[in-house]
Design a protein around this ligand. Structure first.
Ligand code: ATP
Length: 935
């Protein structure tokens, strides 16, 4: 054995396990060899035929792999060949039958179709199954043809079978033993560790700029010698990365399945001969590549499985010298789960593929030792938590931070969402989403809603992953992925972390997200008031708000930062809102806070402003867009210019402009908004804050549109944007947003959005609740405003017309316009209905507004006689009389023009025909109406 090792391979000693395995084979015993990549498994089956002078048959999954091996063996003076469809030399089969080869490679198909008689008569030293994990459905590279190999076991009863693999979990090992019917096998399992390899993970952005940067780094590394393989998941990625590398000056070529065989062979050959420095490949490249000086293996995208990652990274540093494996990923890669599972048929295989992909994702996001993560995955126990040679183990203290507040927020969000969602739902809630799925379940009323706006969804996911790996959260993956708070997380929540700390690593991904949100996001987790730059009088207000927050926190049994952070208080201090709508528009103020404590905040602001003489409603987002643009108002029609001057200079409402008495007939308010938009585009001045208020463009809606743009990846077409937005966001909202953005208006949004990663959002596994019927926990109710019944916005009830929708959809504060628009959209309403629609306004205040409208003949009261009502009144004629408020006929006719005749025609006939008629049918609304009775 030693002589063969020296004579043919030039090595003077065996590596661990090689000798033992060879001895067992020579004794005729089956073997299972599970050894690390590059550990020298091939020697185990290459020496026995040289010692025993009997052919070794080796089953291998890839022709290219066989060709390589054969070529290498021939160079060493070993008689080797392969049999398979690619073999053009017809004499090989005969020669094989005559036992002329020391080593004969075969594809599994060929092995199953061989008669073996003549070969056996010459003697077969062993049958090796290389890459034996392909036999198992739980293996990452399952090949059905490998499973048929068991059929040759009976044809070769005396021949020892040797299964070899570098990537086999316990489950896969069991499968191999069973499938190949290896009895009393000698099992050699070496460590999976490759100590000379540095493992690291970095965030990826699929952009030209990123690729250029990556290419520059690769080229710099190439100057140190050695070669590089870059693995990509798609051919598109391969092409893009190759182009970037070539542009940066590297001798790089692409390798993927769409290239012809000749070209692929050429790439392979030139790479081995060092004529190429870099190969950029899909996974098709690399199995069996035994180039010793590959110094870097880069993964551009999250690999399909941790096994394939280990295999591919195993091409690196096979000479034992220091080498590095960097994996670049974006969470968009995680959405490929369905794609991978759809490639396979059986349920068992689907689960195996999903699990292997989940492990790969886990590797990407772990903040603990990456080497340990890999070793543990393959069942290797290691006590060492710090390998000292991966990015996580070499992190300095400066790359860690106390994230107790953020951890608390995300755990609370997971808990409050019931623990039966993946990470997306709680993160959406934290970020203040008003998507249908959030509102339908009433999650917008949770006190954590909107608390985490200042961080991107990706940032929160990164933190969620950390909390998962640290055991604060736990995950189940059945049909869907669900995340819930573990007992450890529950303890953390219960022992309110006042003064406690939770120092966690700030991952590269988090850092990148934070960088994109600089400058102010960096202060988000800084405890203590951020008073920098506040004048003394404003400090008074700020401090009063801090005290108010402390009171609220006390009442809600929670920590002050869970109510809102100091930056939000600073924004209130800056803007000093005088009403609920303005308060709600303050970044960081959520619906729960508005509903529960909005009045308290307003009262506090008002009091301090009165005491100190501070002006209220200081606009923070008033823009003079015109200043930066060349005004082109000459292009505007008189109608548009007039609309703008009425709105901007005379401060008239859209409604007033649309219904000017001097107009021959009213125009639609939507049209007025369109006019004004055009004027703004042409460079007219604007108070954008007022415009946003008047059009219902809340911060939430602006955030949602921004997220949708990120998700769609383009601003070009409005339809896909609309499709990615909740119903409450209209086309008009999108138009306004796009124009504001184009004009460089400060949209008052949290500054940290990476459009790249907003694409990511959905892992479909993550989206559906495991069980819709799960009851919401009782403590959830305590934190919601009223009932568990989700509050639906009344958009559906509104009249046609996007602008009407948007101004009334959100606000529950009654205003003249709001009431008018709402009434226009329906066939009258009782005071009770109006009160419940505008639930944020006191009923008596609504009544005052109604009376004002009535006096201006905009609305009138009408009796509705209902003989069928089961609620009989005590009146002698036994008729129920309900008071409803209707729009005046002139307004109604405008509405009816906008609606289809079918919808409104018959109703029109029942209405009074003039204002005189209206007054004659008017009834007084008495106090019983206010308290709920309409009769
Ligand atoms: N005893 C030895 N001494 C020195 N070098 C060795 C020894 N045994 C094998 N090698 C060399 O180690 C390298 C890796 O061997 P081999 O290709 O068999 O690894 P492997 O375990 O099959 O890896 P992989 O699973 O990644 O394909 C080869 O270059 C081989 O020549």
């Amino acid at each position: 054995m030693e002589r063969c090792l020296k004579d043919y391979f030039g090595y003077s000693s065996f590596r661990p396990f090689q000798k033992e395995v060879i001895q067992q084979i020579l004794r005729g015993r089956d073997c299972l060899v599970v050894m690390a990549t590059g550990s020298g498994k091939s020697i185990c089956y290459q020496i026995p035929p040289l010692v025993s002078s009997k052919t070794a048959v080796v089953i291998s999954p890839l022709i290219s792999l066989m060709q390589d091996q054969v070529m290498g063996l021939k160079l060493r003076g070993i008689k080797a060949e392969y049999l398979g469809s690619a073999q053009t030399d017809k004499t090989v089969e005969d020669k094989a039958g005559r036992g002329e080869y020391d080593i004969l490679y075969m594809t599994p198909e060929k092995a199953c179709g061989t008669t073996w008689t003549s070969l056996l008569s010459r003697g077969v030293s062993l049958l090796a199954v290389d890459e034996a994990h392909c036999i198992s459905e739980w293996g990452h590279d399952f090949r059905p043809e490998y499973q048929r190999l068991s059929s040759i076991r009976s044809k070769l009863p005396e021949v020892p079978f040797v299964a070899l693999t570098a990537t086999a979990t316990h489950k896969v090992r069991e499968d191999i033993l069973k499938s190949l019917m290896l009895t009393n096998a000698y099992i050699a399992v070496s460590s999976f560790d490759r100590p000379n390899i540095l493992y690291g993970v970095k965030p990826l952005t699929r952009s030209n700029a990123f690729r250029e940067e990556l290419a520059t780094e690769v080229v710099k590394d190439l100057e140190q010698g050695g070669s590089t393989i870059v693995y990509c998941n798609t051919i598109k990625d391969v092409d893009e990365v190759t182009n970037a590398l070539v542009k940066a000056g590297a001798a790089a070529r692409a390798y993927h399945s769409k290239l012809g065989l000749k070209e692929r062979n050429d790439v392979h050959r030139t790479f081995l001969k060092d004529e190429l420095q870099v190969v950029v490949a899909t996974v098709a490249f690399g199995m069996g590549i035994d180039k010793p000086d590959i110094r870097r293996v880069i993964h551009y995208g999250c690999p399909k499985s941790l096994e394939s990652y280990y295999q591919e990274s195993g091409r690196c540093g096979r000479d034992g010298l220091p080498s590095a494996c960097w994996l670049y990923f974006t969470r968009a890669d995680f959405t490929r789960a369905e794609f991978y599972t759809s490639e396979v048929r059986t349920q068992e295989r689907k689960k195996a593929v999903a699990d292997a992909f989940a492990a790969s994702q886990g590797y990407c996001t772990t903040t603990t030792c990456r080497r340990k993560f890999i070793l543990q995955y393959f069942g290797e126990l290691t006590k060492n938590d710090n390998c000292g040679n991966c990015d996580n183990c070499t992190k300095t203290a400066a790359q860690r931070r106390d994230m107790v507040q953020e951890a608390y927020a995300i755990l609370a969000a997971v808990k409050l969402c019931g623990g039966f969602w993946g990470m997306n739902m709680p993160i959406d809630v934290l970020r203040g989403s008003l998507a249908k799925k959030v509102v339908e379940r009433g999650y917008e009323k949770l006190h954590v809603h909107g608390l985490g706006r200042e961080r991107t969804a990706t940032w929160w996911k990164a933190l969620g992953d950390q909390l998962l790996s640290l055991g604060y959260l736990r995950e189940t993956r059945e049909k869907f992925r669900t995340v819930s708070v573990s007992p450890k997380g529950q303890r953390f929540l219960e022992e309110l972390p006042n003064g406690a700390s939770l120092v966690l690593p700030v991952t590269e991904e988090m850092l990148r997200e934070e960088k994109s949100s600089a400058p102010d996001a960096a202060t988000a987790s800084t405890p203590g008031p951020t008073l920098n730059g506040l004048p003394e009088v404003e400090m008074k207000l700020f401090k009063a708000l801090i005290d108010l927050r402390a009171d609220i926190a006390d009442k809600s049994s929670t920590a002050p930062y869970m109510i809102c952070n100091e930056r939000t208080l600073q924004r209130i201090t800056n803007t000093r809102p005088s009403n609920i709508v303005r308060l709600r528009n303050v970044e960081g103020i959520n619906q729960w806070l508005v509903t529960e404590y909005g009045e308290a905040f307003l009262e506090c602001v008002k009091r301090i402003c009165q005491e100190t003489g501070l002006e209220q409603d200081k606009e923070s987002i008033v823009q003079k867009a015109a200043a930066s643009r060349t005004s082109d108002r000459s292009m505007l029609t008189p109608a548009k210019s007039e609309a703008w001057s009425m709105w901007h200079e005379k401060k008239m409402s859209f409604f007033e402009i649309a219904n000017l008495p001097e107009r021959p007939r009213p125009i639609k308010e939507d049209t007025v908004i369109e006019y004004i938009l055009e004027c703004l585009r042409a460079g007219c001045e604007a108070d954008w804050s007022r415009f946003f208020d008047a059009t219902g463009m809340t911060t939430c809606i602006r955030e949602q549109i921004r997220a949708a743009i990120g998700k769609v990846g383009s601003r070009e077409k409005m339809k896909p944007l609309k499709e990615n937005l909740p119903e409450t966001v209209s086309y008009a909202h999108i138009k306004i947003y796009l124009l504001a953005e184009e004009l460089g208006v400060d949209l008052g949004l949290s500054p940290n959005v990476d459009t790249q990663d907003r694409n990511v959002e959905v892992i479909d596994l993550d989206e559906e609740p495991r069980n819709e019927s799960i009851d919401r926990p009782p403590w959830l109710d305590i934190r919601t405003k009223t009932s568990t019944k989700p509050r639906r916005l009344d958009v559906e009830e509104l009249a046609n017309g996007e602008c009407k929708k948007m101004r009334t959809a959100e606000s529950r504060q009654a205003t003249d316009e709001g009431i008018m628009e709402w009434l226009l959209s329906r066939d009258g309403a009782t005071l009770k209905e109006i009160s419940s629609r505008f639930s944020d306004t006191d009923a008596s205040a609504i009544l005052t507004l109604l009376k004002g409208l009535e006096e201006s003949f905009s609305i009138y009261e009408k009796d509705v006689h209902d003989r069928k009502s089961p609620l009989r009144s005590k009146r002698s004629d036994d008729i129920k009389i309900t008071t409803t408020w209707q729009c005046s006929p002139i307004l109604f006719s405008e509405m009816s023009a906008a609606r289809s005749t079918n919808e409104t025609g018959p109703e029109l006939e029942t209405r009074p025909s003039s204002a005189t008629d209206v007054s004659s049918t008017r009834m007084t609304v008495n106090s019983t109406s206010l308290s709920g009775s309409d009769t």
